[in-house]
Design a protein around this ligand. Structure first.
Ligand code: SMG
Ligand code: MG
Length: 369
Protein backbone atom coordinates (compact mmCIF):
# COMPACT_ATOMS: atom_id res chain seq x y z
CA UNK A 1 0.00 0.00 0.00
CA UNK A 2 1.04 3.58 -0.60
CA UNK A 3 -0.09 6.00 2.10
CA UNK A 4 -1.47 9.32 0.91
CA UNK A 5 -2.52 10.90 4.18
CA UNK A 6 -3.58 10.32 7.76
CA UNK A 7 -6.35 12.26 9.49
CA UNK A 8 -6.33 12.50 13.28
CA UNK A 9 -9.90 13.14 14.34
CA UNK A 10 -10.63 13.96 17.98
CA UNK A 11 -14.23 13.81 19.16
CA UNK A 12 -16.11 14.30 22.38
CA UNK A 13 -18.67 11.55 22.95
CA UNK A 14 -20.99 12.02 25.92
CA UNK A 15 -21.69 8.84 27.92
CA UNK A 16 -25.28 7.85 28.63
CA UNK A 17 -24.34 7.60 32.33
CA UNK A 18 -21.13 8.36 34.22
CA UNK A 19 -18.69 5.43 34.34
CA UNK A 20 -16.90 5.20 37.69
CA UNK A 21 -13.97 2.88 38.37
CA UNK A 22 -11.40 2.69 41.18
CA UNK A 23 -9.35 5.32 39.31
CA UNK A 24 -11.98 7.94 38.54
CA UNK A 25 -15.28 8.93 36.98
CA UNK A 26 -15.81 9.57 33.29
CA UNK A 27 -18.72 11.58 31.94
CA UNK A 28 -17.70 11.50 28.30
CA UNK A 29 -15.05 9.88 26.19
CA UNK A 30 -12.28 11.77 24.45
CA UNK A 31 -12.21 9.67 21.27
CA UNK A 32 -9.28 9.68 18.86
CA UNK A 33 -9.86 8.21 15.40
CA UNK A 34 -7.26 7.71 12.72
CA UNK A 35 -8.38 7.62 9.11
CA UNK A 36 -5.84 6.59 6.52
CA UNK A 37 -6.14 7.22 2.80
CA UNK A 38 -4.06 4.92 0.62
CA UNK A 39 -3.78 4.02 -3.05
CA UNK A 40 -6.06 1.02 -2.37
CA UNK A 41 -8.68 2.89 -0.36
CA UNK A 42 -9.51 4.20 3.08
CA UNK A 43 -9.14 2.57 6.51
CA UNK A 44 -10.26 3.48 10.03
CA UNK A 45 -8.73 2.97 13.43
CA UNK A 46 -9.80 3.90 16.96
CA UNK A 47 -7.20 4.72 19.58
CA UNK A 48 -8.24 3.58 23.06
CA UNK A 49 -6.19 5.95 25.20
CA UNK A 50 -8.18 7.98 27.71
CA UNK A 51 -8.39 11.70 28.38
CA UNK A 52 -6.19 11.33 31.48
CA UNK A 53 -3.39 8.81 32.22
CA UNK A 54 -5.43 6.88 34.81
CA UNK A 55 -6.11 3.42 33.35
CA UNK A 56 -2.65 3.41 31.75
CA UNK A 57 0.20 5.91 31.31
CA UNK A 58 -0.96 6.69 27.77
CA UNK A 59 -3.48 9.52 27.31
CA UNK A 60 -5.02 11.19 24.27
CA UNK A 61 -2.82 14.30 24.09
CA UNK A 62 0.22 12.05 24.47
CA UNK A 63 -1.01 9.67 21.77
CA UNK A 64 -1.59 12.57 19.37
CA UNK A 65 1.82 14.06 20.10
CA UNK A 66 3.73 10.80 19.63
CA UNK A 67 1.75 10.00 16.48
CA UNK A 68 2.58 13.36 14.93
CA UNK A 69 6.20 13.62 16.01
CA UNK A 70 7.44 10.05 15.82
CA UNK A 71 5.05 7.34 14.66
CA UNK A 72 3.36 8.67 11.53
CA UNK A 73 6.64 9.98 10.04
CA UNK A 74 8.15 6.50 10.49
CA UNK A 75 5.32 4.65 8.79
CA UNK A 76 5.26 7.20 5.97
CA UNK A 77 9.01 6.92 5.29
CA UNK A 78 8.96 3.73 3.15
CA UNK A 79 7.48 3.99 -0.36
CA UNK A 80 5.06 1.17 0.44
CA UNK A 81 3.85 -0.44 3.64
CA UNK A 82 1.65 -3.29 4.87
CA UNK A 83 -0.13 -3.42 8.24
CA UNK A 84 2.14 -6.33 9.16
CA UNK A 85 5.22 -4.04 8.94
CA UNK A 86 3.99 -1.45 11.44
CA UNK A 87 5.01 -3.05 14.74
CA UNK A 88 8.62 -3.66 13.64
CA UNK A 89 8.96 -0.20 12.14
CA UNK A 90 7.75 1.40 15.36
CA UNK A 91 9.61 -0.84 17.83
CA UNK A 92 12.48 1.64 18.41
CA UNK A 93 9.96 4.11 19.88
CA UNK A 94 9.27 3.00 23.46
CA UNK A 95 5.79 2.69 24.87
CA UNK A 96 2.58 4.16 23.40
CA UNK A 97 0.98 0.83 22.43
CA UNK A 98 -2.40 2.49 21.87
CA UNK A 99 -1.02 5.02 19.38
CA UNK A 100 0.97 2.30 17.61
CA UNK A 101 -2.02 -0.01 17.55
CA UNK A 102 -4.30 2.53 15.90
CA UNK A 103 -1.94 2.92 12.93
CA UNK A 104 -1.83 -0.83 12.39
CA UNK A 105 -5.62 -1.02 12.75
CA UNK A 106 -6.32 1.67 10.14
CA UNK A 107 -3.86 0.14 7.67
CA UNK A 108 -5.24 -3.36 8.20
CA UNK A 109 -8.77 -2.08 7.64
CA UNK A 110 -7.74 -0.48 4.33
CA UNK A 111 -5.88 -3.62 3.30
CA UNK A 112 -8.73 -6.02 4.15
CA UNK A 113 -11.41 -3.80 2.62
CA UNK A 114 -9.40 -3.82 -0.57
CA UNK A 115 -9.08 -7.62 -0.60
CA UNK A 116 -12.70 -8.24 0.41
CA UNK A 117 -11.75 -10.11 3.60
CA UNK A 118 -13.50 -9.46 6.92
CA UNK A 119 -11.66 -8.87 10.21
CA UNK A 120 -13.00 -12.15 11.55
CA UNK A 121 -11.96 -14.16 8.48
CA UNK A 122 -8.50 -12.62 8.57
CA UNK A 123 -7.88 -13.53 12.21
CA UNK A 124 -9.56 -16.93 12.14
CA UNK A 125 -12.98 -16.40 13.71
CA UNK A 126 -14.87 -19.64 14.16
CA UNK A 127 -18.28 -18.27 15.24
CA UNK A 128 -20.91 -15.87 13.79
CA UNK A 129 -22.05 -14.50 17.12
CA UNK A 130 -20.39 -13.88 20.48
CA UNK A 131 -21.92 -13.67 23.95
CA UNK A 132 -22.12 -10.24 25.43
CA UNK A 133 -20.99 -9.14 28.89
CA UNK A 134 -21.34 -5.75 30.51
CA UNK A 135 -19.14 -3.81 32.91
CA UNK A 136 -20.98 -2.02 35.70
CA UNK A 137 -19.30 0.98 37.29
CA UNK A 138 -19.26 1.95 40.94
CA UNK A 139 -22.46 3.98 41.50
CA UNK A 140 -21.82 7.73 41.47
CA UNK A 141 -23.93 8.03 44.63
CA UNK A 142 -22.30 5.03 46.39
CA UNK A 143 -25.74 3.50 46.71
CA UNK A 144 -26.50 -0.21 46.62
CA UNK A 145 -29.99 0.56 45.27
CA UNK A 146 -28.46 2.33 42.26
CA UNK A 147 -26.17 -0.63 41.59
CA UNK A 148 -29.01 -3.13 41.86
CA UNK A 149 -31.16 -1.04 39.52
CA UNK A 150 -28.40 -0.85 36.91
CA UNK A 151 -27.54 -4.55 37.07
CA UNK A 152 -31.24 -5.42 36.84
CA UNK A 153 -31.61 -3.34 33.68
CA UNK A 154 -28.68 -5.15 32.03
CA UNK A 155 -29.94 -8.58 33.04
CA UNK A 156 -33.33 -7.67 31.58
CA UNK A 157 -31.65 -6.48 28.37
CA UNK A 158 -30.18 -9.96 28.02
CA UNK A 159 -26.51 -9.56 28.96
CA UNK A 160 -25.17 -13.00 29.76
CA UNK A 161 -22.45 -11.89 32.18
CA UNK A 162 -22.05 -9.05 34.65
CA UNK A 163 -18.78 -7.46 35.75
CA UNK A 164 -18.74 -5.26 38.83
CA UNK A 165 -16.09 -2.61 39.33
CA UNK A 166 -14.72 -2.79 42.86
CA UNK A 167 -12.40 -0.77 45.09
CA UNK A 168 -11.54 -0.75 48.80
CA UNK A 169 -14.80 0.02 50.60
CA UNK A 170 -16.92 -1.14 47.64
CA UNK A 171 -16.18 -4.81 47.18
CA UNK A 172 -17.48 -7.65 49.36
CA UNK A 173 -20.93 -6.23 50.18
CA UNK A 174 -21.99 -5.16 46.66
CA UNK A 175 -20.78 -8.51 45.31
CA UNK A 176 -22.70 -10.34 48.03
CA UNK A 177 -25.86 -8.39 47.25
CA UNK A 178 -25.70 -8.92 43.48
CA UNK A 179 -24.97 -12.63 43.96
CA UNK A 180 -27.93 -12.88 46.38
CA UNK A 181 -30.33 -11.22 43.90
CA UNK A 182 -28.96 -13.01 40.81
CA UNK A 183 -27.83 -16.40 42.12
CA UNK A 184 -27.15 -17.88 38.68
CA UNK A 185 -25.74 -14.99 36.63
CA UNK A 186 -22.11 -15.40 35.56
CA UNK A 187 -20.40 -12.69 37.65
CA UNK A 188 -16.90 -11.26 37.91
CA UNK A 189 -15.17 -8.25 39.49
CA UNK A 190 -12.51 -5.78 38.33
CA UNK A 191 -10.37 -3.72 40.74
CA UNK A 192 -8.19 -1.84 38.24
CA UNK A 193 -5.11 -2.16 40.51
CA UNK A 194 -6.79 -0.69 43.61
CA UNK A 195 -5.40 -3.17 46.19
CA UNK A 196 -2.05 -4.12 47.73
CA UNK A 197 -0.66 -7.50 48.75
CA UNK A 198 -1.95 -6.75 52.27
CA UNK A 199 -5.51 -7.16 50.94
CA UNK A 200 -5.16 -10.80 49.87
CA UNK A 201 -7.01 -12.15 52.93
CA UNK A 202 -9.69 -9.50 52.55
CA UNK A 203 -10.28 -10.36 48.89
CA UNK A 204 -10.44 -14.07 49.75
CA UNK A 205 -13.90 -13.22 51.14
CA UNK A 206 -15.04 -13.04 47.50
CA UNK A 207 -14.40 -16.77 47.15
CA UNK A 208 -17.85 -17.66 48.47
CA UNK A 209 -19.62 -15.90 45.58
CA UNK A 210 -18.65 -18.31 42.82
CA UNK A 211 -17.10 -15.60 40.65
CA UNK A 212 -15.72 -16.31 37.19
CA UNK A 213 -12.64 -14.26 38.02
CA UNK A 214 -11.14 -11.26 39.80
CA UNK A 215 -9.48 -8.88 37.37
CA UNK A 216 -6.31 -6.91 38.10
CA UNK A 217 -6.50 -6.60 41.89
CA UNK A 218 -2.90 -5.34 42.31
CA UNK A 219 -0.65 -2.84 40.60
CA UNK A 220 0.29 -3.36 36.99
CA UNK A 221 3.96 -4.08 37.81
CA UNK A 222 3.22 -6.59 40.58
CA UNK A 223 3.36 -9.89 38.72
CA UNK A 224 4.77 -11.66 41.80
CA UNK A 225 2.00 -10.27 44.03
CA UNK A 226 -0.61 -11.64 41.64
CA UNK A 227 1.13 -15.03 41.72
CA UNK A 228 0.99 -14.94 45.53
CA UNK A 229 -2.68 -14.00 45.48
CA UNK A 230 -3.50 -16.70 42.94
CA UNK A 231 -2.15 -19.28 45.41
CA UNK A 232 -4.17 -17.94 48.32
CA UNK A 233 -7.64 -17.39 46.90
CA UNK A 234 -9.85 -19.78 44.98
CA UNK A 235 -11.39 -17.13 42.67
CA UNK A 236 -9.35 -17.27 39.43
CA UNK A 237 -7.03 -14.27 39.00
CA UNK A 238 -7.26 -12.55 35.62
CA UNK A 239 -4.79 -9.91 34.42
CA UNK A 240 -5.62 -6.85 32.37
CA UNK A 241 -3.28 -3.83 32.82
CA UNK A 242 -0.21 -6.02 33.55
CA UNK A 243 -0.31 -7.69 30.14
CA UNK A 244 1.19 -5.08 27.83
CA UNK A 245 2.79 -7.47 25.32
CA UNK A 246 3.26 -11.10 24.26
CA UNK A 247 6.34 -11.23 26.50
CA UNK A 248 4.52 -10.08 29.63
CA UNK A 249 1.71 -12.53 28.88
CA UNK A 250 4.25 -15.34 28.66
CA UNK A 251 5.90 -14.32 31.95
CA UNK A 252 2.56 -14.10 33.74
CA UNK A 253 1.71 -17.61 32.60
CA UNK A 254 5.18 -19.00 33.41
CA UNK A 255 4.94 -17.51 36.91
CA UNK A 256 1.31 -18.63 37.35
CA UNK A 257 0.28 -15.08 38.16
CA UNK A 258 -3.08 -15.56 36.45
CA UNK A 259 -5.39 -18.29 35.22
CA UNK A 260 -7.15 -16.11 32.62
CA UNK A 261 -6.10 -13.13 30.48
CA UNK A 262 -8.16 -10.14 29.39
CA UNK A 263 -6.71 -9.21 25.99
CA UNK A 264 -7.21 -5.59 25.00
CA UNK A 265 -5.75 -5.05 21.57
CA UNK A 266 -4.92 -1.36 22.18
CA UNK A 267 -3.10 -2.13 25.43
CA UNK A 268 -0.76 -4.61 23.70
CA UNK A 269 -0.01 -2.49 20.62
CA UNK A 270 -2.62 -3.81 18.22
CA UNK A 271 -4.72 -6.68 16.93
CA UNK A 272 -1.75 -8.63 15.54
CA UNK A 273 -0.09 -8.76 18.97
CA UNK A 274 -3.47 -9.61 20.51
CA UNK A 275 -3.69 -12.59 18.12
CA UNK A 276 -0.21 -13.77 19.17
CA UNK A 277 -1.26 -13.67 22.84
CA UNK A 278 -4.46 -15.52 21.96
CA UNK A 279 -2.42 -18.23 20.20
CA UNK A 280 -0.06 -18.59 23.14
CA UNK A 281 -2.94 -18.93 25.58
CA UNK A 282 -4.77 -21.39 23.35
CA UNK A 283 -1.68 -23.57 23.23
CA UNK A 284 -1.39 -23.44 27.03
CA UNK A 285 -5.11 -23.95 27.65
CA UNK A 286 -5.47 -20.54 29.28
CA UNK A 287 -8.90 -19.01 28.59
CA UNK A 288 -8.94 -15.44 27.24
CA UNK A 289 -11.57 -12.78 26.70
CA UNK A 290 -11.72 -9.42 24.98
CA UNK A 291 -11.77 -6.37 27.24
CA UNK A 292 -13.40 -3.08 26.35
CA UNK A 293 -12.26 0.53 26.41
CA UNK A 294 -15.65 2.16 25.82
CA UNK A 295 -15.08 1.86 22.09
CA UNK A 296 -17.35 3.39 19.51
CA UNK A 297 -18.68 1.10 16.78
CA UNK A 298 -15.29 1.26 15.04
CA UNK A 299 -13.29 -0.43 17.80
CA UNK A 300 -16.28 -2.51 18.86
CA UNK A 301 -16.52 -4.12 15.39
CA UNK A 302 -12.95 -5.36 15.64
CA UNK A 303 -13.36 -6.53 19.25
CA UNK A 304 -16.45 -8.55 18.39
CA UNK A 305 -14.61 -10.22 15.51
CA UNK A 306 -11.63 -11.08 17.76
CA UNK A 307 -13.98 -12.52 20.37
CA UNK A 308 -15.09 -15.08 17.78
CA UNK A 309 -11.62 -16.72 17.76
CA UNK A 310 -11.49 -20.20 19.32
CA UNK A 311 -9.48 -19.25 22.42
CA UNK A 312 -11.93 -16.55 23.52
CA UNK A 313 -13.89 -18.91 25.73
CA UNK A 314 -14.73 -16.36 28.43
CA UNK A 315 -17.48 -13.77 27.79
CA UNK A 316 -15.99 -10.38 26.88
CA UNK A 317 -16.83 -6.77 27.70
CA UNK A 318 -18.71 -6.67 24.42
CA UNK A 319 -21.77 -4.59 25.15
CA UNK A 320 -24.13 -2.89 22.74
CA UNK A 321 -23.55 0.67 21.56
CA UNK A 322 -26.37 1.95 23.78
CA UNK A 323 -24.49 0.83 26.94
CA UNK A 324 -22.29 3.91 26.54
CA UNK A 325 -23.59 6.08 23.69
CA UNK A 326 -26.96 7.38 22.59
CA UNK A 327 -25.49 7.96 19.13
CA UNK A 328 -22.70 5.75 17.78
CA UNK A 329 -20.38 6.55 14.89
CA UNK A 330 -21.57 3.48 12.97
CA UNK A 331 -24.88 1.68 12.75
CA UNK A 332 -25.48 0.76 16.41
CA UNK A 333 -24.38 -2.64 17.67
CA UNK A 334 -27.34 -4.30 19.35
CA UNK A 335 -27.89 -7.38 21.47
CA UNK A 336 -29.66 -10.37 19.96
CA UNK A 337 -30.73 -12.56 22.88
CA UNK A 338 -27.53 -11.80 24.73
CA UNK A 339 -25.27 -12.18 21.70
CA UNK A 340 -23.62 -9.82 19.22
CA UNK A 341 -23.33 -10.58 15.52
CA UNK A 342 -19.80 -10.67 14.14
CA UNK A 343 -19.52 -8.18 11.25
CA UNK A 344 -19.20 -9.93 7.90
CA UNK A 345 -18.29 -7.05 5.56
CA UNK A 346 -14.74 -6.48 4.31
CA UNK A 347 -12.26 -5.00 6.79
CA UNK A 348 -13.95 -3.87 9.98
CA UNK A 349 -17.26 -4.44 8.19
CA UNK A 350 -18.78 -1.19 9.38
CA UNK A 351 -19.55 2.08 7.69
CA UNK A 352 -18.49 5.18 9.56
CA UNK A 353 -21.17 7.84 9.65
CA UNK A 354 -18.99 10.77 8.67
CA UNK A 355 -21.75 13.27 9.33
CA UNK A 356 -22.02 12.12 12.93
CA UNK A 357 -18.22 12.18 13.19
CA UNK A 358 -18.15 15.75 11.84
CA UNK A 359 -20.84 16.88 14.26
CA UNK A 360 -18.84 15.62 17.27
CA UNK A 361 -15.35 16.61 16.05
CA UNK A 362 -13.31 18.95 18.26
CA UNK A 363 -10.14 18.90 16.23
CA UNK A 364 -8.87 17.51 12.97
CA UNK A 365 -5.27 17.28 11.85
CA UNK A 366 -4.13 16.03 8.49
CA UNK A 367 -0.67 14.57 8.00
CA UNK A 368 0.27 14.20 4.37
CA UNK A 369 3.06 12.21 2.87
O1 SMG B 1 -15.91 -1.03 26.99
O2 SMG B 1 -17.29 -2.26 28.11
C1 SMG B 1 -16.34 -1.49 28.04
C2 SMG B 1 -15.64 -1.09 29.32
C3 SMG B 1 -15.16 -2.28 30.07
O3 SMG B 1 -14.66 -2.05 32.37
C4 SMG B 1 -14.27 -1.92 31.24
N1 SMG B 1 -13.03 -1.51 30.97
O4 SMG B 1 -10.32 -2.21 33.17
O5 SMG B 1 -11.48 -3.52 31.98
C5 SMG B 1 -11.25 -2.38 32.38
C6 SMG B 1 -12.09 -1.19 32.00
C7 SMG B 1 -11.24 -0.06 31.55
C8 SMG B 1 -12.00 1.14 31.21
S1 SMG B 1 -10.95 2.47 30.95
C9 SMG B 1 -11.94 3.80 31.05
MG1 MG C 1 -10.00 -4.31 33.56
Amino acid sequence: MKIEKFELIRLEMPLVRPFRTSFGVEYGRDVLLLKVTTDVGVGWGECVSGRDPLYSPEYVDGSIDVLQRFLLPRVMAPAEIAAEDVADLLRPIRGYPMAKGVIEMALLDAQLRNSGVSWGQHFGATRDTVPSGVSVGIPADDSMATLVEEVKSYVEAGYVRIKLKIQPGWDIEPTREIRRLFPDIPLQVDANQAYTRDSIRHLAQLDEFNLLLIEQPLREEDILGHAMMAREISTPVCLDETVVSFETAEQCLDLEACAIINIKPGRVGGYLEAKRIHDLCLERHIPVWCGGMLETGIGRAANIAMSALPGYTVVGDISESARFYSQDLTAPFVLDEGYMHVPTGAGLGIEVNEQTVASLTRSLQTVRK
